[in-house]
Design a protein around this ligand. Structure first.
Ligand SMILES: N[C@@H](CCC(=O)N[C@@H](CS)C(=O)NCC(=O)O)C(=O)O
Length: 216
């Protein structure tokens, strides 16, 4: 039976889980929820995730929410086509970077969105707050540059969980630059990250899982 996958377009956590489902070539039924009370806080969805957040999955009688719990569940339940690689060191490295993406990278994306795309146009823009957010992002990206080293992917020669976790957040930085080109992030985006993003965007998994509301 196919896994039911509850998704929200633009959520980096949901994008990560979608990439993992594709990486593992698992059958799933994709259910896109809109970010509104009617859908996320409906009785039906709260029965799946009482927090009313995406992503979530239902696999027969198993319900899992929280993206890291979901990807760990999928890895244990369906170990073929591992997202963690082989050997304790690789597996720990992937888990470490997935945690870093959530705890260090994502909050910076969130703050940048709050200051730009999520801020009503009639409120204008707080230049100092945007500059501060960009400065924090540039500082954080230095850690990612060190982790990547000369590899193609954070996972090494092939993309793995570290990439499925980090790429959606990094691509969201670029999204802000595309939507508000004057914000100054573009000039500060490191060349290695642009090259990495281009490499990831060329992957069939990323093309297939592209956030629907970013298309067109
Ligand atoms: N820690 C959770 C975060 C999930 C999360 O915050 N999802 C957001 C989208 S990025 C959401 O559904 N927000 C809707 C809401 O809070 O009403 C995970 O890893 O799954």
């Amino acid at each position: 039976m196919a896994i039911t996958f509850y998704y929200g377009s633009g959520s980096p956590f949901a994008w990560k889980v979608w990439c993992v489902l594709e990486h593992k070539q698992l059958p799933y039924e994709w259910k896109r929820l809109q970010f509104n009370v009617a859908e996320l806080k409906s009785e039906a969805f709260l029965a799946v995730n009482p927090r009313g957040k995406v992503p979530a999955i239902v696999d027969e009688d198993v319900v899992v929410y929280e993206s890291n719990a979901i990807v760990e569940y999928l890895e244990e339940r369906y170990p073929e086509r591992s997202i963690l690689g082989s050997g304790n060191a690789n597996r720990a490295r992937n888990r470490r970077m997935a945690a870093e993406a959530d705890h260090y990278l994502y909050p910076l994306q969130r703050e940048l969105f709050v200051q730009t795309l999520f801020r009503p146009a009639d409120k204008g823009r707080d230049r100092a707050a945007i500059d501060k957010a960009i400065e924090a992002i540039v500082h954080e990206l230095a850690h990612w540059e060190r982790s990547l080293g000369s590899a193609q992917y954070f996972g090494g020669d092939e993309p793995s969980l570290a990439d499925w976790a980090a790429f959606p957040v990094m691509r969201a930085f670029v999204r802000v630059e595309e939507r508000e080109p004057d914000n100054g992030l573009g000039d500060k985006t490191p060349a290695w990250m642009r090259a990495y993003i281009a490499r990831m965007e060329a992957l069939p998994i990323i093309q297939k899982t592209w956030p629907p509301h970013w298309k067109g």
